[in-house]
Design a protein around this ligand. Sequence first.
Ligand SMILES: Cc1cc2nc3c(=O)[nH]c(=O)nc-3n(C[C@H](O)[C@H](O)[C@H](O)COP(=O)(O)O)c2cc1C
Length: 174
Amino acid sequence: MTLPVFHAPTPTDMRRSMGRFTTGVAVVSADDGTGNPCGMTISSLTSVSLEPPILLVSLTHGSRTTDAIAATSAFAVSILGSRQEALARRFATRGGARFEDMPVDHSRSGLPLIADALAQLECRVHAAHDIGDHRVFYGEVTDMRWRDGTGLAFYSGRFGDFHDFGHDELPWLY
Ligand SMILES: Cc1cc2nc3c(=O)[nH]c(=O)nc-3n(C[C@H](O)[C@H](O)[C@H](O)COP(=O)(O)O)c2cc1C
């Protein structure tokens, strides 16, 4: 199938074209400042720096989680495994239940985390920038743990799971 002609993007075009970039899926979570947990599904998780360890998440304005992180300067990230699609949907549903009636872990400083995630990271906000309709939080990772497993993937609006080609693991030279 050939590509159509170039055109300036609408928000829908932006979502559709960037949706061709396969990502993993995570839940970013925080304490809302009154002791209640909040969180949302994200695909905008990016590793930024190894030393110091910094990652970024890009969160829409007007979300409870965005406001909670801005208020507390702390957040947690749970990277989801392939069996956690239902949780990814739950944490992306406006007005729906989030941490109620499900297994929850806590970081050493007490932030809520998705139990049985592939990786759990705790971050302190290093910097934050309003960019367009999102706020980008850079988080310095202060604590983490991970396990082996198959990652939940997201491509073109659909969930799937990641299968490798069976080749050797890349030596990380850069
Ligand atoms: C796979 C997937 C990835 C998403 N990634 C992001 C993201 O990176 N940033 C964002 O602001 N919203 C993202 N969303 C949308 C939010 O999860 C959704 O709008 C959620 O309801 C926001 O939380 P709130 O209802 O508490 O505002 C994503 C949704 C899905 C299903």
